[in-house]
Structures are given as C-alpha cells and as structure tokens.
Design a protein around this ligand. Structure first.
Ligand code: C2E
Ligand code: MG
Length: 478
C-alpha cells in the first residue's frame, strides 16, 4: 500500500517555484493498525467479539429488527461453578474450557446470529429472524445441550453446564444495555433455580431490575448524603460470658425503602466498584467508634471485626486505608480483625496474597468468614495468614439436633485448636446451640441469643452494663 504526500516549494515572495512529492510504503503500518483494531474488538481468549463490538453489532441488529418489525432475542450465557473449576483444576484448564465454550457457541449458531464474550465466563448471543419467542427457547435448549457435553482438555474430562437468560427486543428493553442487563438478570434467576437451565426475563424480574437500577443510582450518592449506618453486634467469650468484641455491619438508610440490610445492596456495591469507597467509610467510622468506646469505658482490649469484600483484596489501597485509620485513632492493631471470604486464600492470587501480607505487616488480625460453606484446604489455613475463623450460621442453625453438623463443628474446632486458630460461631439463637458450642470448647459466640446487631448508642449502654458487671448472658446461662 502506498501513501502519497505533496508539498509546494515557495520563494521569498511566496511564488510557487516547485514541489516535493513523497511516496511511502504503508503496508506494514496499515496492517498493524488493522491488527490493533481487531485486538481491541475481539476478545483474545475465545476469539469472539468483545463487549463493545457485540453492543455495536446488537444495536445494528436492533435497527434491522425495528425496520422489519421482527423480534430479536438476546441470550446471556454463564457457566455454572466455573470458579470452582478454575480453583480446583487451575487457570490453564479454565482458559481452555472457555476457548472450547466459545468454539461450541460459534459452531452451533446460525449464520447471521451474533455471539460475543461479555467477560470472565459470561457470553452473549443475539438471535435474529424468527417469528415466535418459542424459537429462542429452542435455540437456548440446543445451546444448553451442546455446552453441557463433556469437554476434553489435555488429559482431563471436564463437565460444565450453562445458565441462560433470555430477553426479547422490543419487549424487554429499548437499548442494548437494558436488553443485556435484563438477560443477565434472567440468567441469574436460572442460576438461583439450580443452574443448567434457561429462563425468560419476566415482569417480576422487570420490577427487580428497575429497583436495582434505582438502588445503584442511589448508592452513588449514599456516601455524600450520609445514608450509610453502622450497626454493631457483640461477640462474647464462651468461657466466661465476657463481651470481648463487636462486628461492624453495614446498613443503608434508603430515603424510600427504609433501612436496608447488606444483602439488598452489597452485590451492587461490589459490581459497581463503589465497594472501595463504602468500605473506606466503614473502616474509618468503625475504628473511630472503637477507639472512643475503648477510652470511654476503659476497655483497651475491646476488639472490632470488619467485613471485607473479595475485590478489595486486589487493591493495595486497602492496606493504606487501614494504615491511616490506625494512625488517626492510635488503636492497637491487634484489636482489629478483618473478615475475608475463603476464596481469597484458596485461589492464591498474587495481588490478594500481597494485600494479605500488607495487612499482616500492619499487625491486624485476619479471619476467615462463613467457614464451613466452601472447601478450604489445610494448607490455606496453615499458611500463617489466618488468626481465626467464623463458623457459618448454616452450620449452627440446627447444630443442636443435626448429627452431621455436630460432627463437622466438633472437627473444625479440634482442627483449629491444633493449628492455633481461634473459632467464633455466629447465628447462635438458642441455649442448646450455645451449650453444644461450649461443650466443644468453641472460643467465641455471636447471635440473636446474645444480642442483635444494634446502633452505637445501644451498644454504649451494653458496654456500660458490661463494666458494671451485668453480662449480656446471665451467669446461669453459661
Ligand atoms: P456476616 O459477616 O456473616 O454477618 C453476620 C450476619 O448474620 C449479619 O447479617 C447479622 O445480622 C446476622 N446475624 C447475627 N446473628 C444472627 C442470628 O442469631 N440469627 C440470624 N438469622 N442472623 C444473625 P447482616 O448484617 O445482614 O450482614 C450480612 C452479610 O453482609 C455479613 O455476613 C457480611 O458478610 C456482609 N457485610 C456486612 N457489613 C459489611 C461491610 O461493611 N462490608 C462488606 N464487604 N460486607 C459486609
Ligand atoms: Mg462477618
């Protein structure tokens, strides 16, 4: 390919006296630009269009659909338990699996249908040119079958099933963004029903989507409008009933929906990236509160547990936030415990491990939350990161009568003692649960039986009674 460039030559009186013409071979440069453009639009891993190209193609398809008055379907495809495949078989197998899924998507769609990679193990498909919505279901069913067939990767046989959400244009959304969001929601619904199935987007889901969007917009302003609130739940030492610490639990005082628990907004905080600033607020506010209580009630050992989301561990910013909270409050770092989910430890990703190392250097404690809900290896417990774990509520809820849960709890506590790890049990609601935990020598307990999470003024009253010698649990109960 040739590029020609001409330039006039002028004398002092600005009279044209000649010219210079340059010829340049631009074959290489053009090829490089094209390759870069392609790389930007196609996802390197499965060789499928990426988000932006898919959205562009979808919006063109929507234009065609409008002109022809023919509906269009968008499918959101997500692999079930992909994370655990990645965790147990390794990232190379995970990547190979995604490549094969992409291949099966490409080969099993009709010419003209569009597919793309939305991110991670999420794929999107747009089906054009069919009359009734049943056809979209037939296509989804076919994809479900082909994507559920055995994958042969190296010497391994891997089985995976997809969850699929279906939306129709124009019924379920007027823009590519809305259509895909709705399909994502429908996919999530099929996941909730056990996975390996597809689900249409419905009016009920529609209301949910509208609420979610309202919440997402509201969350952007919640911090500056001072709408976040912290509740604190006491934790007691099971050996003597003393209140030894508190867990900070985030709430959102929504102007329209009232006081919302984390389950209603935490997933949105996490998926929108707002979790970082919200958590900075949680850390700064709860540390200030703890320092004030320690001083006011002369309880220098009173501890505080703060929950962290997995995304936060990828950012070094977390370590800086905690460091400045420690500097501001002059708290003993040993009084702070950060609760993480076991995924962070199990996956051994360098960014996350380096944050954990940063936390260790600060001298704060690290605790594994929701223990017993996922597989954790001995190695990840004995790698020096973990000071304690919190037995999940689902184990405690029926521990007084469920023999299997009794054995698990007893074994977990015995193992923790062997590894010099402290154990807390949460969700303790009855005396018989408490008695069982005490009989296994569980260290700490937390739950409605002892106290519900409460606002700081109520906690101050509890602390006042505690130092006056009145325990949350009467002596006879222990
Ligand atoms: P979690 O860390 O397991 O917190 C304990 C949850 O159990 C709290 O729910 C608490 O209200 C509830 N609970 C306590 N005792 C009992 C009981 O006896 N029975 C029953 N049924 N429930 C009890 P909450 O406040 O709704 O928090 C839910 C989850 O949200 C927390 O689970 C934690 O994982 C997360 N979370 C809360 N605050 C934050 C935060 O500031 N940042 C992050 N990243 N996550 C948070
Ligand atoms: Mg917790």
């Amino acid at each position: 390919m040739l590029s020609i460039n001409g330039q006039g030559l002028y004398d002092g009186k600005r009279q044209l006296i000649g010219g210079v013409i340059t010829f340049r071979d631009t074959t290489d440069a053009t090829r490089r630009t094209n390759e870069l453009q392609k790389l930007a639009q196609y996802d390197e891993l499965p060789g499928l269009p990426n988000r932006s190209l898919f959205v562009e193609q979808l919006s063109r398809a929507m234009g065609r659909s409008q002109r022809k008055s023919a509906p269009l379907a968008v499918l959101f495809v997500d692999l079930d338990r992909f994370k655990s495949i990645n965790d147990t078989l390794g990232h190379d197998i995970g990547d190979a699996l995604l490549r094969q899924v992409a291949g099966r998507l490409r080969t099993n769609l009709r010419i003209g249908d569009i597919s793309g990679r939305w991110g991670g193990d999420e794929f999107v498909v747009c089906l054009e040119d069919f009359g009734e919505s049943n056809n979209a279901a037939a296509a989804a069913q076919k994809l479900l079958l082909v994507l559920s067939e055995k994958y042969e990767i190296g010497n391994s046989e891997v089985y995976a099933t997809p969850s699929i959400g279906i939306t129709m244009y124009p019924d379920s959304g007027a823009t590519p963004d809305l259509l895909i969001k709705a399909a994502d929601l429908a996919m999530y619904e099929s996941k909730k029903r056990g996975g390996g199935r597809f689900q249409y987007y419905s009016q009920a889901l529609n209301t949910q989507l509208a609420q979610r969007e309202e919440l997402e917009i509201g969350l952007r302003h919640a911090l500056v409008r001072n709408e976040f609130v912290l509740h604190y739940q006491p934790r007691i030492d099971l050996a003597n009933g003393r209140l030894i610490g508190l867990e900070a639990l985030l709430r959102w005082q929504h102007p329209r929906f009232g006081l919302l628990p984390p389950a209603r907004f935490l997933p949105i905080l996490e998926s929108s990236g707002l979790i970082h600033s919200a958590s900075e607020w949680v850390i700064a506010t709860s540390c200030r509160q703890l320092a004030a209580w320690q001083r006011q009630f002369e309880l220098p050992d009173l501890s505080l547990a703060i929950n962290l989301s997995q995304q936060q561990l990828v950012h070094q910013r977390l370590v800086d936030t905690i460091k400045s909270a420690l500097l501001d409050t002059a708290l003993d770092p040993g009084c702070l415990e950060f609760e993480i989910s076991d995924g962070a430890i199990a996956q051994k990703r360098t960014a996350e491990l380096s944050t954990l190392q940063g936390l260790r250097k600060l001298g704060v404690r690290i605790s594994l939350d929701h223990f017993g809900t996922r597989d954790v290896s001995f190695e990840s417990l004995d790698n020096g990161f973990i000071d304690s774990f919190v037995l999940d509520q689902s184990l405690i809820v029926d521990v007084a009568e469920n023999g299997s849960h009794q054995r698990i709890v007893r074994a977990a506590i015995a193992m923790a003692q062997g590894l010099d790890i402290e154990v807390a049990a949460e969700g303790v609601e009855t005396l018989s649960q408490l008695e069982f935990l005490r009989s296994c020598h569980c260290d700490l307990a937390q739950g409605f039986l002892i106290s519900r999470p409460m606002q700081s003024d109520k906690i101050a009253a509890i602390l006042r009674s505690e130092i006056a010698g009145t325990r949350l649990l009467a002596r006879g109960m222990l």
